[in-house]
Design a protein around this ligand. Structure first.
Ligand SMILES: [Zn+2]
Length: 373
């Protein structure tokens, strides 16, 4: 249904309160705990209608089948994104639909168009397969079928209808829903991506408000979807502005060369004492002039808790933080750091240490550029 190209909060939410389902094609698939609320809601509604246990189970089964279709929809987006050189971190299933976390999105309008189209296309294929099955192999007569609740007989016709609904709903041009993305990539042919995003965002927000108002009368899920669109549109536009302003600037423009150094043999107590008199996020650890790793604030705190003040830095320093290079675009480095959840990164060129990059410095640089515009 949705896919977000860069969303920190979703990332956080996902890791904590969801159940892992596996990692097909290298994409982590999980299901959010609120999904249980959806099942509970279905059970509640059907019980209130006075249905029997077997009928209630049929409804739950239907929701599960529907979400398999939603998952396949997200795989449609994800696999096409990967085909065009994009990167997909994970797919999460929420009660309001699926969400693919595409960490690197192909940005050419044509490629984005195809990535956006791939999701709904999957549901069209599912609907077509169900249609052919119901027409040729297992013909049903719709005339005397009761559609007021789900039964063994109308299960597949209802699933077919639901897939068509997913296609139609997703094609509404409410950015960042699929239709909105298709709309933006089409606009990008005539104008800058930034301008196209601005227009798509505004239209998306109008739809979001309509969804929220309509949802109050029709269905609470529509209200939630409306809020998601509202926040999603704003969030993506902000990121886009960020990217636009940082564009064409390299890591070497904001590299920090005035850093604090410690040696692996130094104690954590020494680092703690020094940290109180300087303002930085960590230390550069060098031995004989050679870079060994970083000791972030977090590493220091964890180290102090584990080894105490006399603990050696070499046991607590962070050798895992991935480095960036001086000629990398700042925005790329920024995304890289956010993805790895680090606030600082070493800058290395051909294994030679050049300095550090700090997320605060990127923010400062952004604000200065924005003020100058
Ligand atoms: Zn979609």
């Amino acid at each position: 249904m949705f896919y977000l190209t860069f969303k920190k909060n979703i990332e956080k939410m996902k890791s904590k309160y969801s159940l892992n389902l596996g990692k097909p094609f290298g994409i982590k698939v999980s299901i959010h705990w609120t999904f249980l609320l959806l099942i509970a809601w279905i059970v509640f509604i059907t019980m209130r209608q006075g249905l029997e246990t077997a009928q209630i189970l049929m409804h739950v089964l239907f929701v599960l089948a529907l979400f398999v279709c939603v998952l396949l929809h997200e795989f449609g987006h994800s696999l096409v994104a990967i085909k065009f050189g994009g990167e997909v971190h994970s797919i999460i299933l929420l009660p309001i639909g699926g969400m693919a976390n595409i960490t690197k999105m192909p940005e050419k309008p044509k490629e984005e168009f195809l990535v956006s189209l791939a999701g709904p296309l999957v549901n069209i294929v599912i609907a077509a397969i169900l249609g052919l099955y119901l027409y040729y192999i297992h013909p049903v007569s719709f005339g005397d079928m009761d559609f007021s609740y789900i039964t063994r007989d109308n299960f597949l016709p209802m699933l077919l209808a639901a897939n068509i609904f997913i296609v139609v709903f997703n094609l509404i041009p409410a950015f960042p829903m699929d239709g909105g993305r298709l709309f933006r990539s089409a606009l990008s042919v005539w104008m800058s991506r930034m301008e196209a995003t601005r227009i798509a965002k505004n239209i998306g927000q109008i739809f979001a408000v309509l969804f929220i108002i309509a949802g109050l009368y029709i269905n609470p899920f529509l209200v939630i979807i409306g809020f998601f669109i509202l926040l999603g549109a704003k969030g993506e536009y902000e990121i886009m502005k960020y990217q636009n302003i940082l564009e064409d600037h390299k890591v070497q423009d904001i590299i920090i060369t005035d850093y604090d150094e410690l040696e692996p043999e130094d104690t954590l107590g020494e680092a703690a004492k020094r940290l109180q008199h300087i303002s930085n996020r960590g230390f550069v650890i060098k031995s004989g002039g050679e870079y060994k790793g970083l000791l972030t604030q977090k590493d220091l705190i964890t180290g102090l808790e584990t080894y105490g003040k006399e603990g050696k830095i070499e046991d607590s320093m962070n050798k895992k933080i991935e480095s960036v290079t001086p000629d990398m675009d700042i925005f790329e480095a920024f995304k890289h750091m956010r993805k790895n959840k680090y606030d600082i990164a070493p800058v290395l060129k051909d294994d030679a240490f050049k300095g550090i990059l700090d997320i605060d410095n990127i923010n400062e640089f952004f604000m200065i550029r924005k003020a100058l515009q």
